[in-house]
Design a protein around this ligand. Structure first.
Ligand code: SAM
Length: 301
């Protein structure tokens, strides 16, 4: 076991967490999806390759891992991926929730701590339009959320991407829904990043935060990205504002990994990837350091 060495990039930002895409395959086709900034590779890392990256990460002080995609739950070996991980403080996944009901218990048993579930609307018709699939899938997501709460994959964070004219009038309704779970479910409002010519759907995040601030009993500021959390009538609402936000980038402590095994220092750039395919543990240690060196805040002061 190597001693823990904390790595910082040349802007003084430590790296504490990994966001690992495990597949680019997805069962939905959401109108806005950034697909974690992928380049469309079909290759996928094996559970051992993923575990090796995380093991090396822990030597450098990584304690938190989030899995993403594509849709992570289309991988039938996701439980095996989880079981192979070294000890961590926080292991989570972001999922569209379609397969969550049938997998929640097994995921918990395999070591998953919590889930983020993408749910942009409580109206099945509206939901169906956003995900470009049948409104009937909406029911599956709601069942998935219930199952996640039941097995303790909590707090379940609901990821709601705000879309002007589509769901931006549904925040109150979503808070009401969240409240039913008595603190086991929290709401995350996400500012849309324009990857698919969707700028016409951009909401004014400042106005949303003002509206939340007026209703809030308490406002907390997280270290992560300096995100604000609003406590409203017993519901927690967090706002994620990545667009043109220097504070967001200055506080970023994440290193990404693409589904085909490349370190990706930033969601928004692809000219600084570091390929780990076929690397030994010794080589991974050096590649990890190289990737951290390549981290540059996308939005700088
Ligand atoms: N399929 C999984 C899911 O639905 O969570 C994982 C992949 S998805 C890319 C991860 C998260 O990114 C989702 O919560 C989604 O809402 C969010 N997301 C995707 N495209 C986005 C965009 N253009 N702007 C902001 N958030 C986005």
């Amino acid at each position: 076991m190597q001693p823990t060495i904390e790595l910082k990039d040349s802007y003084g930002r430590p790296v504490k967490s990994l966001r690992i895409s495990i597949t680019e395959r997805c069962n939905l086709n959401c109108i806005y999806c950034h697909n974690e900034g992928s380049e469309g590779s079909q290759e996928e890392m094996t559970p051992t390759e993923i575990a090796n990256i995380v093991k090396v990460g822990t030597e450098y002080g990584i304690w938190k891992v989030k899995f993403s995609g594509g849709e992570p739950l289309v991988r039938k070996d996701f439980e095996e991926i989880l079981r192979n991980l070294p000890p961590l403080k926080d292991v989570s996944v972001t999922t569209n929730g379609i397969y969550l009901e049938e997998r929640a218990k097994g995921l918990k048993e395999a070591g998953l701590d919590r889930v983020n579930v993408s749910l942009d609307s409580l109206d099945p018709e509206c939901y169906g339009k956003i995900i470009c699939r049948s409104p009937k899938l909406h029911k599956k997501v709601l069942e998935g959320i219930d199952a996640a709460v039941e097995v303790g994959l909590t707090p379940v964070k609901l990821n709601m991407v705000l879309l002007k004219g589509i769901n931006d009038d549904q925040i109150d309704e979503m808070m009401k829904f969240t409240r039913k779970y008595h603190g086991k479910v929290v709401l995350q409002l996400i500012q849309l990043m324009d990857f698919n010519e969707t700028s016409r759907f951009q909401v004014n995040a400042e106005n949303i935060e003002k509206m939340l601030a007026e209703k809030a009993d308490e406002i907390r500021v997280r270290t992560m990205h300096r995100r604000r959390k609003y406590m409203i009538d017993g519901t927690e609402v967090e706002v994620v504002r990545p667009v043109d936000n220097t504070e967001f980038c200055a506080r970023c402590n994440r290193l990404r990994v693409t589904a085909d095994g490349k370190f990706k220092p930033c969601l928004l750039t692809n000219d600084n990837l570091v390929d780990t395919k076929g690397a030994s543990i010794e080589e991974l240690r050096e590649l990890f350091k190289l990737a951290v060196k390549k981290r540059v805040p996308y939005n700088r002061r």
